[in-house]
Design a protein around this ligand. Structure first.
Ligand code: CDP
Ligand code: MG
Length: 165
């Protein structure tokens, strides 16, 4: 049974084109499944420039946006809606710091990527950090609405609800 005092949340996770092209989809999804998080929506999408501007609306005017748009539109991404207790914070913790070089081992970015701001700036590209995760409940709700139609999100029971919580 769910611990009733803790909130059940849904958050948006994207496996960026570098994760897809490095065949890390399964490896990364397994981490979320192992901790007891539930995938309630999932699809492969090739994002275009217009959609990138919607998703990264807070970043459009920042100097790194051009590189970020090239990065996120370079190939298909896996979009997932992930549900669980305090899932917004838990997923961000599992993802790790934005800059892979600083992300600690044990986090997804820390374990599978090494890019640094310095290297990316030198090349004029975005840092390749594998994954996006909503940074607040408010943004999670906004982003899930952008990425998924209500009919693409599902409710079902997992064994974790019986054996883990
Ligand atoms: O993804 P996260 O929420 O950790 O970081 P963000 O500050 O919201 O930035 C969004 C994405 O832009 C990052 O994940 C990077 O891919 C990219 N970025 C970058 O390439 N260079 C920066 N100086 C900052 C962000
Ligand atoms: Mg962010």
């Amino acid at each position: 049974m769910r611990r009733v005092s803790e909130p059940l949340e849904r958050t948006l996770v994207l496996l960026k084109p570098d994760a897809v092209e490095r065949a890390l989809i399964g490896t990364i999804i397994t981490r979320f499944e192992n901790v007891g998080l539930k995938i309630v929506g999932m699809k492969m999408v090739w994002v275009d420039a217009d959609f990138s501007k919607k998703h990264y609306s807070d970043h459009v005017s920042k100097p790194f946006y051009k590189g970020l748009e090239s990065f996120i539109t370079a190939g298909p991404v896996i979009a997932m809606a992930i549900e669980g207790i305090s899932s917004v914070d838990l997923v961000r913790k599992m993802v790790g710091a934005t800059e892979p070089k600083k992300a600690v081992p044990g986090t997804i970015r820390g374990d599978y990527s090494q890019h640094s701001y310095e290297w990316a700036d030198k090349k004029g590209i975005a840092i390749k950090n594998l994954i996006h995760a909503s940074d607040s409940l408010e943004n999670a709700q906004k982003e899930l609405k952008l990425w998924f139609a209500p009919s693409e999100l599902h409710s079902y029971k997992t064994v974790h609800e019986v054996h883990v919580f």
